[in-house]
Write a protein that binds this ligand. Sequence first.
Ligand code: ADP
Ligand code: MG
Length: 459
Amino acid sequence: MEASSAAEGEDKKIWTLEKESELRFEVGPDKSFTVVLLEQSAEIFGVELAVNTEYHFSAGAKVAVFTWYGCKLQTTRTAEVLYVAKDTPMLSYVNTHIQLEARRDQALSKLSKGEKAVGPRVLVAGATDSGKSSLCAVLCAYAVRLGRTPTFVDLDVGQGEITIPGTVSAVSLDSGTLSIEERLSLAAPLTFFYGHDSPGENPELFRHMVSRLAECVEQRQANDRDAAAAGTVVNTCGWVDGLGLELLRHCIDALSIDIVLVMGHDKLYAELMADSEALPDDAPPRTVVKLPTSGGVVQRSAQQRRQGRAARVREYFYGAPHAERRASPALTPTLLELRMDSVRVCRVGGTQLSGGLLPVGQAALLGPTRVSMVKPSHDLLHAVLAVCHPVLKPDGTALVPGEEGGLDDAGQEIADCNVAGFVYVTEVDMVGRRLVVMSPCPGDLPSAYLLVGGIRWSE
Ligand SMILES: Nc1ncnc2c1ncn2[C@@H]1O[C@H](COP(=O)(O)OP(=O)(O)O)[C@@H](O)[C@H]1O
Ligand SMILES: [Mg+2]
């Protein structure tokens, strides 16, 4: 861009930060912003900056560069908001981290003696824009910096930080998966497709997906001592009353959470505290802790949240902005043509009819977690579809649509399986009986079974 190259050098600014302070910035629309650490040490959401390395942030980024011991930074270009804050909650966050570390050490020493143990299973709860995701990022990064391999679980279907919105996912972290500019993109996640951006859309299915994910996380940790000792950090969505609270309680139970961190919300804290006090004596104890929200956390409007969701989907297909300069392999989004009769598009629990409205005997088929087949139509245009892993027949070979034992046999398994990835429908040709979809990489899809929900995206 001409304007920015002409301005090079003009907007450079040097900042000297005192210990335990942070530089906060928000990058405006169509702008970009860079930060370089010149001296000493600093971190962004727990991940350390390397000295003399330029970090780029694109439109919409809201970030704090925090320093424990003081540092000198250089910023280039302008940000919409740019200021230094000395009052941060980082001390209480690091204290929480220290307590988690003690539990990890305990778990590891028991596990190495052959005893049964698991590390801390932490869930972060709070209202929308209370700093939940940021705290999860800090706790995960601090654990990874000490060589731990914690599991990060994202149950916020509204934002979908690990893959795309509409999913619940888990990812095993290590030093190779954390980066400043592209939060988790190098990791291979375990993802279940719920299909909607609010848990209220199909609460039964949400519960089901969370339980399935919890089983898989437990299995993975049972086979990996370090992962078990490092434990789990769970991010949740900001719906914390009524049904939202019920669903949050389900998440706490399903993932056997033993530490709940509540972001500055007195009512939620009191409710979750009462739950933990009411646990039976023989149940494992659960600690509930209230933590302060950072004054830097930015409130987002409904429109900004929608834009955030769209940006996550774009990033899934095209890679993070500035990805060309990164270690991650560049994505080459590719258009694929699929014959309608060679794929099966399915929906999980699409129809929400109460029992009384259904023909006799149909109730079970249309329940909230039942799989039904969707006839391809123009309704699929711009839908984001999850691509299932191959559905295997008892003999171990992959099931092909139209084959004997087709969807009726495979159907219910589809709702229980994690997904391989996503495509997005760019064209529906009813005359030629074909769908054109965009995939983030070239090559055939892993299976012909696709799941549709309510997630849509258009460029
Ligand atoms: N200390 C901070 N300074 C500047 N921006 C911040 C800070 N902490 C969080 N943010 C930003 O505020 C926004 C909301 O925070 P987030 O952690 O995503 O909240 P939640 O997950 O509860 O909705 C995010 O864009 C995040 O990057
Ligand atoms: Mg969040």
